[in-house]
Design a protein around this ligand. Sequence first.
Ligand code: GLY
Length: 307
Amino acid sequence: MYGIIVHGGAGGTSPLAEEGCRRAAEIGMDILRRGGSSLDAVIAAVRFLEDSGDFNAGTGSVLRADGKTIEMDAVVANSSGMYGAVAAVRDIKNPVLLALALSATTTRFLVGDGARAFARQMGLEDHPGPTPRALERAAQLRALLMGAYRGGTLSTVAPGWDPVELQQYGIIPEGDGALFYARDCDTVGAIGLDRQGVFAIAGSTGGSGLMRLGRVGDVTADGAGHRLGSFGGVLATGVGEAIMARRGAEQVARLIEEMGFAPQDACAHVALKVFPPETDVGFIAMNRNGVGHNANCPMSFHYMTDE
Ligand code: GLY
């Protein structure tokens, strides 16, 4: 078998997101059918999703707590040992291409200003600025938080959000109050297996809406947002802090590699039985026999395989 599976983030879906995932999978599958590498396939698929502006990655990335900054994370890897990751990088259009460029150097992981400087050095394209959708999402989330705060009846602070920080940015007023679970986080990613038997993964995200500057989610954390090996690959999407706390991708990978679960059953078990239902999370996975996908919330995805 060879093929590709793509996701467009957990926590919501739409005909636009489904269509974007379908198109991204087709782009990757076309490369695989022509004998191309799984790395080229997943990069092309994720770059398409980054460029579409319809997902929280690349062009469509959400805004941080200051209401104007975009910071993005991305990872690329293959089962032959290639690896590159960038985190909290600003101003560039395609973090996935930056992670790829990095993999050809002696450095494996770059963050912040250093990552941006490397992107300039590589001549990568600048980010075009927040999309109208990203600005609207930030305004909606801000209104939602303010409304919940004023309601004063909700008691759970969502992981990764700090009331003091939200007050600092004027998102909620100072004083007593409580927040609730409402997150604005999704991610894009692709896993591929080529005709040469090599697996590859690529993941990219704008992080989580209205999070503090410098916050990094699960995507670049091995064992949390991704796991890759000779068994296959796993990618997570959803609330980064919860995925890191429970090492989501590693749990799915262990079920496949050590317990003999099919990818579909492994994704379902971890998404539905390990994570609490109020924490949005989803997984895609692939081994040499097939693909899996499951989430405890709506998640856009698409896969294509062939013998
Ligand atoms: N899952 C994306 C993030 O939390 O950053």
